[in-house]
Design a protein around this ligand. Structure first.
Ligand SMILES: NC(=O)c1ccc[n+]([C@@H]2O[C@H](COP(=O)([O-])OP(=O)(O)OC[C@H]3O[C@@H](n4cnc5c(N)ncnc54)[C@H](O)[C@@H]3O)[C@@H](O)[C@H]2O)c1
Length: 434
């Protein structure tokens, strides 16, 4: 099978490398010349565990180009894995997907299957097919198949190699066979549906997980008021197989490139069809508030942040990635800076991306320990292993050891033996400072 993939982002590049790993030859196309130049040299442009190693291992079956016409002309399968970011009104921006569809239509010289891997609103695959047919330059047959992706950043390679399922939406028997053969070396159940159901499986799954996170965060907030411990509560809930123990970790909300935009896109679509999704709307609202939970907590200790030094541990939306899309750091740090705080920040791989998005009085530190020194308060935003490994005494180098832990990294019992304030999510505050 000759394969091309449009988009070398978190989904496109990981898909390419995994498909190469199971023996396919893959040409990766992107409009970003810098990225393609890096990739041609074997440099992985994103931080994703195991990706650089697997890319190097399978480099002989990978090619990278900006020349889409040459790449698409003679392929059996072309994946579309470009972004579908959020528009101002919350709907999904489909311009990148349609731009690729036009490029494919202008380039193909033989029958092929176009696979939409990007997360797209229900009905998009049909529209992509119409769009392709409208712009086709030659007399060839194209089938459009929905194949949404379920990987998570930080564990993308593992997720793709050992995923829970592969969803394929098509009514065409021949397209089914083509897609099944691509994935035959990945030992995963393949679910075949119609295209609209496949598109909906992706949104419904992501929105359900977002809902679960917002639910446990609301439970955490009321645990704080009522003196219960949300970690124990989640453990007790998660042992019930009807509930399950995943996505029940209370914190400062979800971020990243998927949950925020996919909740908003489905909510927008519901409204458009006069079918409001009230649960999804609640998940979005709870998350917006939860992102600023630490700011609210910090106001208990400082009515103004003017002149205080805030140590921020973690900038990326989760550990294991350099991605900052919708990260709580982007919501919290500008508020601190606007209110006159000096910020010291640590992140093992998100600093360069953060510098491109936020400027101001920020000192970037090489270690969590250096970040904490002489700080007046600490915000923990990402549970990087380096942050989780800190011991209570590491916080005693702060001018005032007030720790606001947005990711529940430590045992409050342990913190209780030290002269500090430890204020986490959904658990009783440890307050040992005068
Ligand atoms: N990131 C995730 O964890 C994840 C997981 C599952 C599904 N998804 C979905 O997959 C899609 C891609 O997400 P991502 O995070 O990989 O995006 P990304 O922003 O990391 O990458 C998109 C890439 O597409 C390239 N591109 C834009 N126009 C192009 C064109 N005409 N031809 C070729 N390349 C072009 C961009 O330059 C960029 O490199 C989205 O719909 C997203 O919702 C993402």
């Amino acid at each position: 099978m000759k394969i091309a993939i449009a988009g070398t982002g978190y989904v496109g590049l990981v898909s390419a490398v995994v498909l190469a790993h199971v023996g396919h030859h893959v040409v990766c196309v992107d409009v970003d010349e810098t990225k393609i130049e890096q990739l041609k040299k074997g440099i992985c442009p994103i931080h994703e565990p195991d990706l650089p190693e697997l890319m190097t291992e399978n480099f002989c079956r990978l090619a990278f180009t900006t020349d889409y016409a040459a790449a698409y002309s003679d392929k059996d399968i072309i994946f579309i894995a470009v972004g579908t970011p959020e528009k101002v009104d919350g709907s999904a921006n489909m311009s990148y997907v349609y731009a690729v569809a036009e490029q494919i239509a202008a380039s193909v010289t033989r029958d092929c299957v176009v696979v939409v891997k990007s997360t797209v609103p229900i009905g998009t695959n049909e529209k992509v097919e119409q769009h392709l047919k409208k712009h086709l330059k030659r007399d060839v047959a194209i089938e459009v198949v929905s194949n949404p992706e379920f990987l998570s950043q930080g564990t993308a390679i593992k997720d793709m190699l050992h995923g829970s399922r592969i969803v394929v939406g098509t009514d065409s028997e021949s397209a089914r066979r083509v897609i099944a053969s691509i994935y035959e070396n990945l030992d995963q159940p393949v679910i075949f549906t119609d295209r609209r159901s496949a598109e909906m499986i992706k949104y419904a799954s992501n929105d359900f997980l977002a809902l679960k996170i917002s639910y446990i965060n609301e439970i955490a907030n009321i645990c704080e008021v009522l003196g219960a411990n949300v970690v124990d509560v989640a453990r007790g809930m998660g042992m019930d197989p009807r509930i399950g123990d995943k996505f029940l970790r209370a914190g400062i909300g979800y971020g990243g490139s998927c949950f925020p935009k996919d909740t908003k896109a489905l909510h927008w679509l519901g409204n458009f069809h006069d079918q409001e999704l009230k649960t999804v709307k609640a998940a979005i609202e709870v998350n917006e508030n939860q992102k600023l939970r630490l700011i609210k907590k910090a106001r208990k200790y400082y009515s103004s942040f003017e002149g205080i030094t805030v140590a921020v541990l973690g900038l990326t939306f989760k550990p294991g990635t350099d991605d900052l899309r919708e990260a709580p750091s982007l919501a919290n740090i500008p508020i601190l800076l606007d209110d006159g705080a000096k910020v010291k920040a640590y992140d093992p791989c998100g600093v360069e991306n953060f510098k491109r998005k936020v400027s101001g009085d920020i000192v970037y530190c090489a270690t969590p320990e250096e970040t904490l020194r002489d700080a007046d308060i600490c915000f923990i935003l990402t549970e990087w292993p380096e942050v989780m490994e800190l011991q209570p005494n590491h916080f005693l180098t702060m001018r005032r050891p007030i720790i606001l832990d947005g990711r529940n990294c430590y045992d409050p019992g342990l913190m209780g033996d030290y002269p500090l304030i430890y204020d986490s999510i959904g658990r009783t505050i440890i307050s040992n400072l005068d």
